[in-house]
Design a protein around this ligand. Structure first.
Ligand code: URA
Length: 251
């Protein structure tokens, strides 16, 4: 079915300025539709078929957005918050137009990989408890993490509310002796996403996570070239791999 959209909405949604700015651009004769200078910024068109050019630049219509952010500490994984800056505040205005939201939550003090999209169906599948999408975290833990913990996490541990976690894979990457005790660097892969899960799993074995970052979610890996607070669009390969998660059987 043909889509209908106002010219000014198309232009502002694709990041060419606010509605009033693009209205001015139309008035100034800087916009053509199918080769003809547009006169009315409210004209209706099919955004998938119309050939729209502004200031010599062809407008490519897109109604979905998929980006990966290297989340810094101090921002919350929400679209709005009355107190804190949100991960959406880190996006450029043009990237906020399509109303993206974070897929799942990282704590305010957790860093790393966060997928942001407006694709509700994909988000739903990635977060579905049935899909068991793996999430991998690196952490610095106050405490001497050992073989007992690897075994306990592999079997499942009881969280503070009694919930028994699914088998998780724990690897010890290094240890450091400091004044207040031994710190362990670890990598942990979990297949579910309970609230504060990694921190609570370590609490259940008497240890404290002092630093946490996510390095993988399903097929996505944290792009180490992305500085904290920066984001980029998913590559075609990443998108394809994510969509494979959507169609994967869960039984
Ligand atoms: N587990 C946590 O404890 N915090 C996070 O942000 C993510 C997983």
């Amino acid at each position: 079915m043909a889509k209908r959209m106002r010219l000014d909405k198309l232009l502002s949604n694709m990041g060419f300025g606010s509605r009033s700015e693009v209205k001015i651009a139309v008035k100034q004769g800087r916009v053509t539709v199918d080769g003809v200078r547009a006169k009315d910024s409210g004209m209706q068109l099919d955004p998938e078929k119309a050939d729209v050019v502004i200031d010599g630049e062809r407008v490519v219509y897109q109604d979905v957005i998929y980006v990966v952010l290297n989340k810094p500490q101090g921002v919350v994984s929400a679209t709005e918050d009355s107190r804190d800056r949100t991960v959406i505040d880190l996006l450029a205005d043009a990237d906020r137009v399509l109303k993206p939201f974070p897929v799942g939550r990282l704590d305010k003090d957790t860093e790393g990989l966060l997928l942001i999209t407006n694709d509700g169906a994909l988000a739903h599948d990635l977060l579905s408890p049935k899909k068991h999408v793996p999430k991998t975290y690196e952490a610095n833990v106050l405490g001497d993490v050992g073989e007992d913990d690897i075994r306990a996490f592999a079997e499942g541990v009881a969280l503070d509310d009694g919930y028994l976690t699914m088998p998780a894979q724990l690897r010890i990457d290094g240890k450091e002796e400091r004044e207040d005790g031994v710190y362990s660097r670890i990598t942990l892969t979990i297949h579910e996403g309970k609230f504060h899960q990694v921190k609570r799993m370590f609490e259940s074995v008497g240890k404290n996570v002092v630093y946490l970052r996510r390095v993988a979610m399903g097929p996505l890996r944290l792009d180490e070239t992305l500085p904290l607070g920066q984001y980029r669009a998913l590559t075609a390969e990443e998108l394809e791999a994510l969509f494979a998660v959507r169609t994967a059987r869960t039984d």
